[in-house]
Design a protein around this ligand. Structure first.
Ligand code: TYD
Ligand code: MG
Length: 454
């Protein structure tokens, strides 16, 4: 007989407990337990029964035929790259992102563009008409894309058997509900159960599945961490909603590198792939203005050029303001202190504003030197040529430190026709600069930078 039981779940990691506890023994978080009722002892639904029939037997590892890795081309270079070179059959991919960032648009676009494969797009959020409107906006015709507006996992699985899709997209996992769990959609026990069911389906039918997941305010995927353990790949869609750029990042990938990055631009008719980000991130300025320096940064394996802009002006009020977008403010304060102490600039009475162009957020320490150059340029009101690039980290004693993948950074500067690239002198050891047209300028310290730049 089925009976309802109350269980407490940790909303952070999905740990369960028969009674409320303040401190989760699983993940160490405080005050994360929530109460949910689940039905226990109920007959297993069709899915579970079907799945139990395919009980597996142990095999010797050398007897397992290694499947030739054929990946599905999603007809979207950026997404293929983020997934490690295409979609792996039978894999389950979680796409996370804030509401309105463009998750549904991205996957619908992919569904419409893959014409050779049968795609089932399951939406629990929008009606078929709304999805059609979106598809019209994207403007790609496709006769192989099915839309299903359903939230009950049993029904979804029934349609699986009928349609036999090659790719499934679930929008979103927070709207799914399994009848075997008596809790509202979006609750932890539902997310756990429905994600597990979708995972079993993906593995049983060998159908790759995309799950769309919403993100909470603190940036984690809503629902327990357990979701991240179930799926093979977690990718995250991010970007400033006011800028057109959207960045797709790999968070976890069982089938490829987890530091890949894809860039898109949101247009009136869907997302456009940005295959050469540097050209967009650099403004086409004609006029020479001070306070701008170009950094050669690396995201994942991809080098790109980005503009850093600084404005240094006398503080109007007693306490000077420091503000930045796209850069860590503590790091800015550190760089200002280094300039003050090691190079003798009196910046403590100045307001300093820093902006990374394009609404990007950069953590690559190699952008330090460009930030410093932009600040110096604004402070001294001296223009830095837009054909100079910078790639080095700055240490507390004013030394300019080496960074990783310096050759890729130089090559990118070379490709864009830069005249000079300033790098740490420690990066220049054993570096063959003869193959580049760009002049590589070794910098030892902040004072060295001053001498060579201004
Ligand atoms: P959406 O895919 O609905 O976001 P999510 O599923 O992540 O919540 O994206 C919605 C935003 O994208 C919305 O603000 C409208 C905008 N958009 C465009 O600018 N152009 C388009 O072609 C489409 C389809 C949406
Ligand atoms: Mg959506």
């Amino acid at each position: 007989m089925a009976k309802t039981k109350t269980i407490f779940f940790c909303s952070n990691c999905g740990n369960e407990s028969p009674k409320w506890i303040g401190h989760c023994p699983g993940c160490g978080a405080w005050n994360t337990y929530v109460e949910e009722s689940v039905i226990v002892g109920k007959n297993n639904n069709i899915t579970n029964k079907n799945l139990l029939e395919i009980a597996s037997e142990p095999v010797l590892v050398q007897n397992v035929t290694s499947a030739k890795e054929t990946r599905i081309d999603l007809k979207c270079e950026e997404l293929n790259r983020v997934l490690g070179g295409g979609l792996v059959p039978g894999s389950i991919v979680l796409l996370g992102g804030e509401p309105g960032i463009g998750k549904s648009t991205l996957l619908l676009q992919v569904a419409l563009n893959i014409k050779s494969q049968k795609v089932l797009y399951v939406s629990g959020e929008e009606s078929a008409q709304q999805i059609k409107m979106r598809a019209d906006r994207i403007g790609v015709k496709n006769d192989n894309c099915f839309i299903l507006t359903e939230t009950n996992t049993d029904n979804i699985i029934k349609h699986f058997d009928v349609i036999k899709p090659d790719i499934v997209i679930i929008d979103s996992v927070q709207t799914l509900a399994s009848p075997s769990v008596d809790a509202t959609a979006g609750s932890i026990s539902q997310i756990r159960e429905t994600a597990a069911e979708m995972n079993k389906m993906a593995k049983k039918y060998h159908v790759p599945t995309f799950l769309i997941g919403h993100i909470t305010k603190d940036g984690s995927i809503a629902g327990p961490k357990i979701l991240e353990h179930i799926v093979d790949t977690v990718i995250q869609f991010e970007g400033d909603r006011h800028y057109g750029f959207r960045i797709l990042r790999t968070v976890k990938n069982r089938f490829g590198s987890s530091s890949e990055l894809g860039i898109f631009e949101m247009n009136a008719n869907g997302l456009r792939e940005v295959s050469n980000p540097s050209e967009i991130l650099l403004s086409q300025r004609d006029e020479d203005v001070s306070g701008i320096a170009i950094a050669s940064m690396v995201e994942g394996l991809r080098p790109m050029m980005i503009e850093t802009q600084a404005l240094v002006s006398s503080a109007a009020y007693g306490t000077p303001q420091r503000s930045c977008t796209g850069f860590d403010i503590r790091r800015l304060n550190m760089l200002l202190a280094v300039l003050e102490k090691r190079a003798g600039f009196r910046l403590s009475t100045k307001d300093v504003f820093l902006n990374i162009a394009g609404g990007l957020r950069v953590d690559d320490p190699a952008i330090d030197l460009a930030v410093m150059a932009a600040i110096l340029s604004s402070n001294e009101d001296v223009v830095i040529s837009n054909r100079y690039a910078f790639a080095a980290e700055v240490g507390l004693s004013g030394e300019v430190r080496s960074v990783n993948r310096v050759e890729a950074r130089i090559a990118e500067a070379d490709k864009l026709g830069m005249e000079k690239i300033f790098v740490s002198k420690y990066n220049c050891r054993g570096l063959d600069t003869s193959k580049f047209n760009v002049e590589v300028v070794p910098i030892a310290s902040v004072t060295d930078l001053l001498r060579k730049l201004l």
